[in-house]
Design a protein around this ligand. Structure first.
Ligand code: BTN
Length: 132
């Protein structure tokens, strides 16, 4: 019985760190953009923070935009609405989906925008965030 309890305790405490997202924490992606996690509600996994886009070839650079998301069972999803009132309004939204690894957060993203044809369009790509 004691062995079983020790085994169980070992199993529980050996849950890999990749299931966790530290708050506060700052992450940088391969384009130089910064994801800062400021609040994390542990029971629900919802988090808030800011995102500073520094990616060449995109607009709305160098200013913090609110970011919100959720992390659960090592999976993560978050979005930025690039229409913050106090910053340039790019009229786009990006959603990232990925997983929280030990040292990195590999993601796939989709950026939505309304074209001059008034239809929804999207761009897709990948970002890997590394803890700063
Ligand atoms: C825009 O140009 O419409 C707003 C900025 C979009 C920046 C994109 S979001 C996906 C990719 N990863 C980044 O860090 N920046 C670009």
């Amino acid at each position: 019985m004691t062995r079983l309890i020790v085994l169980l305790l070992f199993a529980i405490t050996s849950i890999p760190a990749h299931a966790q997202l530290p708050a506060p924490s700052t992450w940088v992606n391969q384009r130089g953009s910064l994801l800062s996690i400021q609040t994390l509600d542990a029971p629900t996994g919802t988090f808030t923070g800011t995102y500073v886009n520094n990616a060449p070839g995109f607009s709305c650079q160098g200013q913090p935009y609110p970011v919100a998301g959720v992390v659960s069972a090592g999976k993560i999803a978050f979005y930025v609405n690039w229409t913050a009132p106090a910053a340039p309004n790019c009229k786009t939204i990006t959603i990232w989906n990925g997983r929280v690894g030990d040292k990195t957060i590999p993601t796939a993203w989709t950026l939505f925008y309304v074209g001059s044809d008034w239809k929804f369009h999207k761009m897709t790509g990948r970002d890997v965030f590394t803890r700063r």
